[in-house]
Design a protein around this ligand. Structure first.
Ligand SMILES: NC(=O)c1ccc[n+]([C@@H]2O[C@H](COP(=O)([O-])OP(=O)(O)OC[C@H]3O[C@@H](n4cnc5c(N)ncnc54)[C@H](O)[C@@H]3O)[C@@H](O)[C@H]2O)c1
Ligand SMILES: [Zn+2]
Ligand SMILES: [Zn+2]
Length: 336
């Protein structure tokens, strides 16, 4: 079938919105009509060429929501009409990782997903005779996409499509943190962060001689119980660890650093009880947990609407990347 998609033809080039060919779902696959998709830094990481594993040409996009319109043979868990969220971290419920309680990193389709193809090794997208790569197993910058069944979460049908990401501040508030310190070089982030539950704001440029670590240790009277690095900057990852409380503080790396970069700290930081770890996809098991997160949103427990600062049609998708570059958007959402 013919679909409208934003194609990334090469590193650093704007996306080209055009009509491309999409083959129907094969065994274990589903065809989804995408209704909305977020535009995120991870897409920009690949589009810009900064991602050494980025493949071109490709249809980017990994934060979408849509409706199942067709299913291939052997698909059991979803049917046409179901509302779904594509999952770049799938959940097969059978692999060693899915069966381990400590991780959400399903490995069932990892190798082919990384190569930009479906689990059978081929792509469903084409332009003329040329294949287009899938991206993160999702390719949501298209009004229709094909996904493995294990990479869709079925969600309630009354949720709006333009939702879907939970931020750290909201999560901290939900679990009952009474002091939430936000740190950012961009002061424009402060008001929204306060609305979401941040209690103190630190702008590293306003600290004078004081380091970020000193500032956080002072504010928290000894160090943070938990810290989260959400930038992808290895220097900040070190600061995030070292501002944690001795004995129990835990620092979680969320930001994705550039290829080949390394983190450093003095081992004594760990010997004295600080824990350094990372998390992908919020630690959520896609098919199991994403529907719950949608329920939280529908029940008013989390606010996603205020995170969406811009909306646009697919034809204007490059504007979303420009807004991101200028630091003017929190999240832009493309609606179809
Ligand atoms: N682990 C995961 O599951 C996961 C999921 C989504 C995104 N990510 C990663 O999270 C990171 C953040 O994504 P985002 O969309 O929130 O980006 P963003 O640009 O919206 O946020 C980054 C913020 O960091 C601030 N900043 C930059 N340098 C700083 C410094 N030295 N000190 C303090 N603040 C600084 C910027 O002003 C900006 O506000 C990216 O690396 C992205 O790839 C990880
Ligand atoms: Zn994203
Ligand atoms: Zn699995």
């Amino acid at each position: 079938m013919q679909v409208r998609a934003a194609v990334a033809y090469g590193a650093g080039r704007p996306l080209s919105v055009e009509t491309v060919e999409l083959d129907g779902p094969r065994v274990g696959e589903v065809l989804v009509e995408i209704k909305a998709t977020g535009v995120c830094h991870t897409d920009e990481f690949t589009r810009s060429g900064a991602d050494p594993e980025g493949l071109f040409p490709a249809i980017l996009g990994h934060e979408g929501a849509g409706v199942v319109v067709d299913v291939g043979p052997e698909v059991k868990s979803v049917k046409p009409g179901d509302h779904v969220i594509p999952l770049y971290t799938p959940e097969c419920r059978e692999c060693e990782y899915c069966l381990h309680p400590k991780t959400n990193l399903c490995q069932a389709i990892r190798a082919t997903q990384g190569k930009g193809v479906m689990p059978d090794g081929t792509s469903r997208f084409r332009t003329g005779a040329d294949m287009l790569h899938h991206y993160m197993g999702t390719s949501t910058f298209a009004n229709y996409t094909v996904l493995p069944e294990i990479a869709v979460a079925k969600v309630r049908a009354d949720a709006p499509f333009e939702t879907i990401w939970l931020n750290v501040i909201q999560a901290a508030r939900m679990v009952g943190a009474d002091r939430i310190v936000g740190i950012d070089l961009n002061p424009a982030k402060e008001p929204l962060a306060r609305k979401f539950g941040m209690t103190d704001f630190v702008n590293p440029t306003d600290l004078g001689d004081k380091s970020v670590v000193e500032a956080v240790v002072e504010l928290t009277e000894g160090g943070a119980d938990y810290s989260f690095e959400c930038i992808g900057n290895v220097e900040v990852m070190r600061q995030a660890l070292e501002c944690c409380h001795k004995g129990w503080g835990e620092s979680i790396v969320i930001g994705v650093a550039g290829a080949g970069e390394e983190i450093a700290t003095r081992p004594f930081q760990l010997v004295t009880g600080r824990v350094w770890r990372g998390s992908a996809f919020g630690g959520a098991r896609g098919r199991t947990d994403v529907p719950k997160i949608v329920d939280w949103y529908m029940e008013g427990k989390i606010d996603i609407d205020d995170l969406i600062t811009h909306r646009m049609p697919l034809d204007d998708i490059n504007t979303a990347f420009e807004l991101m570059h200028r630091g003017e958007s929190i999240r832009s959402v493309v609606t179809f």
